[in-house]
Design a protein around this ligand. Sequence first.
Ligand code: NAP
Length: 250
Amino acid sequence: MSDAPVVLITGGSRGIGAAASRLAARQGWRVAVNYAANRQAADAVVAAIVEDGGEAVAIQGDVGKAADIVSMFTAVDRHFGRLDGLVNNAGIVDYPQRVDEMSEERIERMLRVNVTGSILCAAEAIRRMSSRHGGKGGAIVNISSMAAVLGSATQYVDYAASKAAIDTFTVGLAREVAAEGIRVNAIRPGVIETDLHASGGLPDRPRELAPSIPMQRAGTPEEVADAILYLLSPSASYITGAILNVSGGR
Ligand code: NAP
């Protein structure tokens, strides 16, 4: 039986999460690839990892539903029998709207998926990894956004606020579990070439924003994955509570 470490990557089936899943496997992690709806995309990531000689499993679960989060972690227990890392990557945007146009339903969904989901996933991970609970330690990487700093006026201030909550959650949780063998860090991606922009109704956003980015281009999911895997790795053993911008200077 393999004794390789295990990481659960929420939203590991597309975009940044898929790049992180593939890189994690190449760096020796066994990977739980979570997805919400698109089973085919998750299966394709798992198949690519297995073809490369790695080990991965696709696990369905909507992080906007508490019961799904519990069953997702139970599935990880069943499949791998251990957990060493969590990447809280699953996240959503919505169509561009001013705050005075937003419905309560939209705001609640945004906060439920992006904030409550990440906090509940972290809680499940801590129950397995913390020395306080008999665990062997581990690392959590939360995916925030430069929106947390920039505010996303006229596009999705609710999204920006949800990511600012992730920043503060990262700092607080890092201090809370630092003496229990768990490091907690966050990454703020800038504009990254993924399907996220199309799901917010702005498929050309990376190309349109490129001239406003100091490096004059959008980033790739692989460039964010490199930072995620660094923060998960023993190379980052004295780093906790940090928030790393991966944004081309934006
Ligand atoms: P993406 O290409 O839209 O992929 C989203 C992934 O999350 C998919 O695997 C999707 O699975 C999954 N997902 C969505 N809702 C979910 C839910 N409720 N429960 C579980 N999984 C769910 O997004 P991305 O651009 O890679 O974004 C990943 C993270 O980076 C997000 O937190 C996002 O806010 C953050 N980020 C992105 C950018 C950017 O420019 N792309 C910039 C800053 C921050 P299904 O396919 O099954 O729905």
